[in-house]
Design a protein. Structure first.
Lengths: 259, 220
């Protein structure tokens, strides 16, 4: 048997986050994520799942704790002054897709895709457009390059949003309930695109309520409740035969599964 | 009811000249209002009170006093207090332009604040810095969103410009009053003048309606 050692891709250390003086959302979260892992985070609403992803993207301030990416700390806060320090250079390795369509309504699909590469990385327009077109073809959206967001279905919008994030060559993708706002018949096309990324070993952290999707994409499942990690393990264990009472209750309630 | 209408005595020459002046007032005031309203909106949203409060005072002054009072104040008080009088046309443009600037600033502010939080989150996630987010996300979205209100305010100034007639700017209303007095035909004169104001305003209000319907479609 060979020992395989790999340094963590993401290391989250005792993350604390509260909204105002009374609402503590994250109460000392510790997670280590290895390269190539696809972590699905499940748990009751208000349990801190989305907040975790938002914090990792640098969209929320934290009270204390730190997060490092590929060995480089990029988000930290000292309890004393509660000032969140974010290394935007490191953060650029991370891409995120949100629940609500966040395409820029005044830009067409191609313009949405090339805005950040051109403005943030200084890529020239021709090369960015070429990459964008190739990405759209791959996602079955080649014909929609010059369409505006308002002319797309919800599923198409989310696929464009994923392509837009990929334009910056992220080393980690965060998906925050990306199918929750979609009509049921549009969920599959978005999940297919994410599965396609998974097949190419893109590391990802996913918040979802879709049991089928969680089972099919996860290499690891974390059950998060009350601001802490309650259970953490392979999908067969956490979704199939959870050890913790709270996990079992949640899975029975939300996914209507009896153990 | 023995009144017999007689439109022949209403001469269109002076009315035409007046309309030109009215349109000049409107266009000039709109240039001031549309261009300077935006930076004013940024000032009233400043986190820094010494910048925000004077800007808010400016806006509230124009919003909370009648336009006719502003115009009269501008024509009589400004020259006496500050010893400047720049000619009645210029003063008229300034009075109307500053008024419109205050109202447009409010329109811009509402539109900027209506840019969804998620749009900005997406901008951060894509690595855009605060200036880039303002330039490429907030500004284009907000300007587009405020166009119907800017048009409504702009056409409002076209109508309010009639008030400058009382301080001897020779606009459409001024010419109408003169003509009505000279010809003893106020009913005919003011009917025609009302129709002229209507003929200019109505298409614009139709455009506003169209833009708002299209916008609702875009946002759905």
């Amino acid at each position: 048997m060979t020992m395989s050692f790999s340094a963590p891709l993401v290391k989250i250390k005792s993350l604390h986050k509260s909204y105002g003086p009374h609402i503590q959302v994250l109460k000392g979260l510790d997670i280590e994520m290895k390269p190539g892992e696809r972590v699905v985070v499940i748990g009751p609403s208000g349990g801190g799942k989305s907040t975790l992803l938002r914090v990792m993207m640098g969209l929320e301030k934290i009270d204390s704790g730190s997060i490092s990416f590929a060995g480089k700390p990029y988000i930290s806060s000292e309890a004393a002054d509660k000032k969140t320090v974010i290394d935007t250079e490191v953060r650029r390795s991370i891409g995120m897709v949100f629940q609500h369509y966040t395409l820029f309504p005044h830009l067409n699909v191609i313009q949405n895709l090339i805005l950040a590469p051109c403005k943030v990385r200084g890529e020239n327009k021709a090369s960015a457009t070429k990459r964008a077109q190739a990405l759209l073809e791959r996602f079955g959206l080649g014909a929609k390059a010059s369409a505006y967001p308002a002319q797309l279905s919800g599923g198409q919008k989310q696929r464009v949003a994923i392509a837009r994030a990929l334009m910056l060559d992220p080393k980690l993708m965060l998906f925050d309930e990306v199918t929750s706002a979609l009509d049921p018949e549009l969920v599959a096309e978005v999940e297919q695109v994410i599965l396609q990324l998974a097949a190419q070993d893109m590391p990802m952290m996913i918040v979802t309520h879709d049991m089928w999707f969680a089972k099919n994409i996860a290499s690891r499942v974390i059950f998060c409740a009350g601001g802490v990690v309650v259970e953490d393990g392979p999908p067969e264990q956490v979704l199939g035969s959870p050890k913790e009472e709270r996990t079992r209750d949640f899975i029975e309630r939300v996914f209507h599964i009896r153990h | 009811m023995g009144y017999s209408f007689d439109f022949r005595s209403v001469s269109f020459g002076p009315l035409w000249e007046g309309l030109i002046v009215t349109l000049q007032l409107t266009v000039a005031a709109n240039i001031i209002g549309v261009v300077l309203g935006f930076p004013l909106a940024l000032l009233i949203m400043s986190r820094f009170a010494p910048i925000r409060l004077p800007a808010m005072l400016f806006v509230e002054f124009f919003r909370c006093t009648p336009a006719i009072v502003q115009i009269v104040w501008f024509f009589y008080c400004v020259p006496m207090l500050f010893n400047v009088f720049l000619g009645s046309m210029t003063m008229g443009i300034l009075a109307l332009g500053l008024n419109l600037m205050a109202f447009n600033a409010e329109a811009y502010r509402a539109a900027i604040q209506a840019v969804p939080r998620e749009q900005l989150d997406a901008g951060i996630a894509l690595g855009l810095n605060p200036l880039q987010r303002t330039l490429y996300i907030v500004l284009p979205t907000a300007v587009r969103a405020s166009i119907p209100v800017l048009l409504t305010n702009g056409i409002g100034i076209f109508q309010q410009s009639a008030l400058v007639a009382i301080v001897a700017v020779q606009d459409l209303m001024y010419q109408a009053k003169t003509l009505a007095t000279e010809t003893y035909r106020p009913i005919e004169t003011f009917t025609i003048v009302a129709l002229v104001y209507f003929a200019v305003s109505f298409p614009v209000s139709q455009i506003v309606g169209y833009l708002e319907r299209r916008r609702q479609l875009m946002m759905s």
